[in-house]
Design a protein around this ligand. Structure first.
Ligand code: ZN
Ligand code: ZN
Length: 368
């Protein structure tokens, strides 16, 4: 098993503590989003909360997770409370929060029921999750994991492409290709797939950006979209490559060239400080100018980390800015029922002056 550089939870805790008290007077933060809890403490269980004050960090979870929580959170310095009784765990949470004058909670992850149970005893203030914002800037240890995830997908795809190109002679189905990719990613060091691998073929399935693989046999003349990512120590990767089975038609070559041009323009434009909307426009304009604007059915990409789709989201509706240290996709595509579709997606670390790719599979759309 590969050993990765340790995640520096103590530094993350100290960085967030340095922001306390917040401008709205909160001197404690309650985290109920399990991804935030994981990022801050290291705890990977399916049930828990964290309370951070200027002086300490408390992780609460149910009795099943006691040992595991203490092991996983050791580097964060968290005090672990593990209680089998839900009522008792709630009392301990109230006990942790009562010392604070005002507690910031994340209104997008704290349920109304949880809020009601706490509101009688604690002064609560809805607060943007400080951790959700911190999470968007990846450090070297996080990028190492995402790079390993991307490498597992690269290696699996390199092994599966010959199977795909032989599809018209061998009755290979979308599901066969998906199964091979997911198995081989694990052989190449992934803990799991990142999301259900998309293998979309032919005039209808490849026209759907998020098709789930079926038992359709891939055949001569099909366009094929493969969107594949791996999971390593909680971190995701995301990549798409597109293909034509057999000799491509002139239209297939033209549409593919447009997607390639949009993808190249997007990557050339990606850098610290660009707005997510402008990045989307760079790709979208290539399609609009060629008369294919209505074949583009989604935004140009998204952030990736402990969550496969996270901020920033590159779309015309976005008001976000892309920053150095973000890990994002660039993934323009064109789709039309009757034709099929193409998408090219890479995963990149944003830098001050540009970006560095984490996915390295060279696009090889046509056989030969
Ligand atoms: Zn993808
Ligand atoms: Zn994506």
């Amino acid at each position: 098993m590969t050993v990765y550089a340790p995640l520096d939870h103590a530094r993350r805790v100290a960085d967030v503590q340095d922001m306390l008290p917040l401008g709205n007077g909160c001197d404690a933060l309650l985290f109920t989003d399990l991804v935030d809890v994981r990022w801050l403490t290291g705890f990977t269980g399916s049930n828990g909360w964290a309370v951070l004050t200027g002086a300490d960090l408390v992780l609460g979870t149910d009795g099943r997770y006691g040992d595991r929580a203490r092991a996983e959170t050791a580097s964060s310095g968290a005090t672990v409370i593990a209680e089998t009784s839900r009522a008792r765990l709630h009392e301990r949470l109230i006990g942790s929060l009562r010392r604070a004058a005002r507690v910031g909670f994340d209104p997008t992850s704290t349920t109304h029921a949880e809020w009601q149970r706490l509101a009688a005893d604690v002064a609560l203030e809805p607060t943007d999750s400080v951790v959700a914002r911190q999470r968007l800037i990846k450090d070297a240890a996080e990028i190492e994991r995402m790079s390993a995830a991307a490498a597992a997908a690269d290696a699996a795809l390199a092994e599966v492409e010959p199977i795909l190109f032989a599809a018209s002679d061998t009755a290979v189905t979308e599901a066969d290709v998906r199964n091979e990719l997911e198995y081989r990613m694990r052989l190449h060091g992934a803990d799991d797939r990142s999301y259900e691998t998309i293998v979309a073929s032919g005039p209808e399935h490849a026209a759907r950006p998020h098709h789930e693989a079926t038992h359709r046999a891939i055949g001569d003349g099909d366009t094929v979209i493969i969107d594949v990512g791996a999971l390593v120590d909680g971190y995701h990767s995301d990549m798409t490559r597109s293909y034509v089975i057999g000799e491509p038609t002139r239209q297939q070559r033209e549409i593919y060239a447009l997607v390639e041009a949009a993808h190249g323009a997007g990557i050339a434009g990606l850098r610290h400080g660009i707005s997510a909307r402008d990045l989307d426009s760079i790709c979208r304009d290539v399609f609009v100018e060629a008369g294919y604007g209505d074949w583009y059915l989604h935004g140009t990409g998204h952030g990736v980390g402990l969550v496969i789709h996270e901020s920033p989201f590159h779309s015309q509706a976005s008001e976000e800015t892309i920053h150095a240290g973000n890990v994002v996709t660039v993934e323009p595509g064109l789709y039309r029922v009757g034709f099929g579709g193409f998408r090219i997606e890479d995963l990149l670390v944003v830098t001050e002056t540009g970006s560095q790719p984490l996915t390295h599979t060279a696009p090889r759309p046509f056989p030969g």
